[in-house]
Design a protein around this ligand. Structure first.
Ligand code: AMP
Ligand code: GLY
Length: 429
């Protein structure tokens, strides 16, 4: 009998994870909670929210689920892995005491300082008054304000001057725009450089990195507009050179895993290293305790291994026995969003042309925010709607393929960036 696997989440990242699991010959049934209309082609979607731990645990037990994979940050930081383990269920992802690496920026900054892991200089503040005092007397501008807790990737403010910084303290710590995420504030040195992402598998003791990727966080062309969850991505990034990799493996990746172990918080799951390549070398911008979205959509199509083997090795502490391999082909994803994202947008529009992705190997349409309406049509159901993804022999070909496929699907209010992967043209290798 093959395995039954449950995936927790319902965005483009979880679609890519489900798609990759579906290729494993070991698996014969996939459930996804809550899933979406695209995931429903590969998995049975279960109408349970990602934060309903009791219901998810009961579902896994009732259906003899062999392995649960958690895609999203909120349940991980909230302790979903502990809830599953308490019932003797196998689950991939960090426990609550390790997911804090993402859940508290104050924690992660203090960890990096204690273990000499390169990152921007910073101070942590527990009250608006102490933060304001610091800003008025000691700060150099521009400066970066970060809500310590989870804030949908939006709790980071880059402030050009004191007035902006004072307004930022008001927004995050006093008005509590992101709730308790703003109870603590990290004030950080502003860094310049190119941003790259590296996802990695971690088994508590060792780390094995996946292919590098590069995100496009701003909503509009030319990296203008508001920060979003990510409008497109490409993998690999040419800026992540062998030299950069050597440095990061030695001074950032394994030291982070060692630090978590030394703190009595062994990390098992995916660590996403958000890095800035500064003039003084690579530095950590942030850690995430999960696959990126849409990083997973460009990294997983390039991965050669059976992902179930890798998940199990992370749980069992046997990652040293896995030879993690990626194709040379490059991958690009362009997010098709609802016009108005990330602020306000309409949803419920029928999506046309999804069938064009059938019989086109190397092209994928991962669903980020879709659902079936009462007529059974697939309709838009979020800010980010579809992740149009393509492979190519190199980055330029993958990008051309992805933009070709963007035309295959359509819906009212379709919005996307036209310059995903523009950095490829800036690379002078
Ligand atoms: P984070 O959620 O910490 O990755 O921050 C979101 C975005 O803010 C990053 O992707 C960077 O573009 C920017 N950012 C964060 N920290 C810094 C910093 N210290 N210096 C410059 N930009 C930053
Ligand atoms: N794309 C950035 C993230 O997943 O946090």
């Amino acid at each position: 009998m093959g395995m039954k696997v449950l995936v927790v989440g319902g965005g483009g990242r979880e679609h890519a994870i489900v798609w990759k699991i579906a290729q494993s010959p070991k698996v014969d049934k996939i459930y996804c909670a809550p899933g979406n209309a695209g995931i429903a082609e590969l998995a049975e979607c279960v109408n349970i929210g990602a934060m309903e731990f009791d219901k998810l645990v009961a579902f896994a037990k009732d259906n003899a689920v062999d392995l649960t994979v958690v895609g999203m940050d909120d349940p991980l930081v909230g302790g979903i892995v502990d809830a599953f383990e308490a019932e003797g269920l196998r689950v991939f992802g960090p426990r609550k005491n390790a997911a804090i690496l993402e859940g508290s920026k104050a924690f992660s900054k203090d960890l990096m300082k204690k273990y000499n892991i390169p990152t921007a200089d910073y101070e942590v503040f527990n009250s608006p008054d102490s933060a304001l005092e610091y800003l008025r007397t000691k700060a150099k501008f521009p400066i970066v304000l970060k809500a310590s807790g989870l804030a949908l990737g939006k709790g980071v403010l880059i402030c050009e001057d004191l007035a902006q910084a004072e307004a930022g303290v008001q927004e995050l710590m006093v008005d509590k725009k992101f709730g308790s995420a703003g109870d603590q504030l990290v004030i950080e040195e502003f860094m310049t450089g190119r941003e790259v992402s590296v996802l990695s598998f971690v088994d508590g003791n060792i780390v094995k990195t996946m292919a590098s990727a590069q995100d496009h966080k701003r909503a509009k062309d030319g990296d203008q507009g508001l920060n979003t969850g990510g409008m497109g991505n490409f993998s690999p990034t040419p800026f992540y050179t062998k030299e950069v990799d050597d440095f990061c493996q030695k001074y950032i990746f394994q030291p982070t895993v060692d630090a978590m172990k030394a703190e009595g918080r062994p990390f098992q799951g995916v660590i996403f290293f958000g890095l800035m390549l500064t003039e003084d070398g690579p530095k950590v911008l942030e850690y995430n305790a999960r696959f990126g979205d849409p990083e997973a959509q460009v990294v997983l199509p390039r991965m050669k291994n059976d992902i179930v083997d890798v998940f199990e090795a992370c749980i069992d502490g046997t990652l040293d026995q896995i030879d993690l391999q990626f194709m040379d082909d490059a991958c690009v994803t362009v997010v098709l969003a609802s016009d108005g994202y990330p602020v306000s947008y309409k949803k419920g529009y029928p999506i046309r042309g999804l069938e064009n992705f059938k019989n086109h190997p190397g092209y994928y349409c991962f669903h980020a925010g879709t659902k079936f309406n009462e007529k059974g049509e697939i309709v838009t159901n979020g800010g980010r709607v579809l992740d149009v993804t393509a492979l190519g022999k190199d980055l330029k070909e993958a990008r051309a393929n992805a933009y070709k496929a963007v035309e295959w699907v359509d819906f009212d209010n379709k919005y996307y960036r036209h310059d995903i992967g523009h950095a490829i043209d800036e690379f002078k290798g």
